[in-house]
Design a protein around this ligand. Structure first.
Ligand code: PLP
Length: 284
């Protein structure tokens, strides 16, 4: 793979960052994930906007190359010949050459890294016909989940717990209500109504979530942005998740209980179809 590090395109073996980089020492970094379909970027503008917000919330400098991010993404797609896959972008507060809790002075430039993952068949994933099985776990993350930081240890633990239970992912619970999946937003469907947690600091404001809710409204579906319990989800007609890497993915089982018929529901399937079709049309 060819990756991008601080202004250079390099083979991955040649790419390095300092051992004092704050992303390594303190998880002092933010990231974005953009999918590629047909060699084009999906929802790029939304991801760039959220990146800017994450940087602002953490008082982190914008990388010098911020205005060139679209070109860098496109160049990596070209260099790595990606038809379907993902581009990961990570910004850290950089390295002041030593370890210190205090932020470094303004002359320390942020570290900017981008790399690709080639995923042929991403849009036609057979998993979308099967659906995900999820478990519920306590949400033990920090309180600013609206900032897309690289503090991904608890979500990793959650994925491992799900795997150990023979499942695909975990939905996290706080104060008796579902916040979100380990790397996705969570939804249930009752009749013609789509229910998903309201935005706040408790969840990441998914770029896919925003697009899917817009498409759902256009398709005359009803939307309720509110929290729900695992019991309500288990008794719903359908459940699904959204993220840049799974698009819309049905959820067919929660803590061992089948949702609806225990197979992907028609609304989730339709939203997946609409999302893929409409996003491809405006991909850049
Ligand atoms: N929630 C969390 C915790 C995530 O990590 C992600 C994506 O990685 C999402 C939601 C979905 O966000 P998006 O649709 O922007 O990928």
């Amino acid at each position: 793979r060819t990756v991008y590090v601080n202004g250079e395109y390099l083979p991955e073996e040649k790419a390095t960052v300092s051992i004092f980089d704050r992303s390594f020492l303190m998880a002092d970094g933010v990231y974005e994930v953009t999918s590629v379909l047909g060699g084009k970027l999906i929802d790029f503008a939304g991801h760039a906007k959220r990146l800017e917000r994450s940087l602002n919330e953490l008082e982190m400098q914008k990388p010098d190359a911020f205005d060139d991010l679209l070109d860098i993404h496109r160049e990596l797609v070209r260099l790595n010949d990606i038809d379907e896959g993902m581009i990961y972008l990570q910004v850290s507060r950089g390295s002041a050459g030593d370890r210190d809790f205090a932020y470094p002075s303004a002359d320390v430039k942020p570290t900017l890294v981008l790399f690709t993952q080639n995923k042929p068949g991403l849009a036609d994933s057979p998993k979308a016909l099967e659906g995900f099985k999820v478990i519920s776990i306590d949400d033990q993350r920090w309180g600013r989940r609206d900032i897309k930081t690289t503090q991904l240890l608890y979500p990793s633990m959650g994925k491992m717990m799900a795997k150990a239970a023979g499942c695909d992912d975990a939905w996290m619970i706080e104060d008796g209500h579902v916040t979100e999946g380990t790397s996705n937003n969570a939804y249930i469907v009752k009749g013609n109504t789509i229910i998903t947690r309201h935005l706040g600091t408790e969840i990441l404001h998914g770029i896919t979530r925003a697009a899917v809710l817009r498409f759902a409204k256009e398709a005359q579906m009803k939307i309720e942005e509110r929290s729900f319990t695992i019991e309500e989800a288990q008794g719903a007609d359908e459940a699904f998740i959204t993220s840049a890497s799974t698009f819309v993915m049905p959820v067919v089982e929660i803590d061992g209980a089948a949702v609806g018929a225990g197979t992907p529901g028609p609304i989730a399937a339709r939203l997946r179809e609409i999302y893929l079709e409409e996003s491809r049309k405006v991909a850049i």
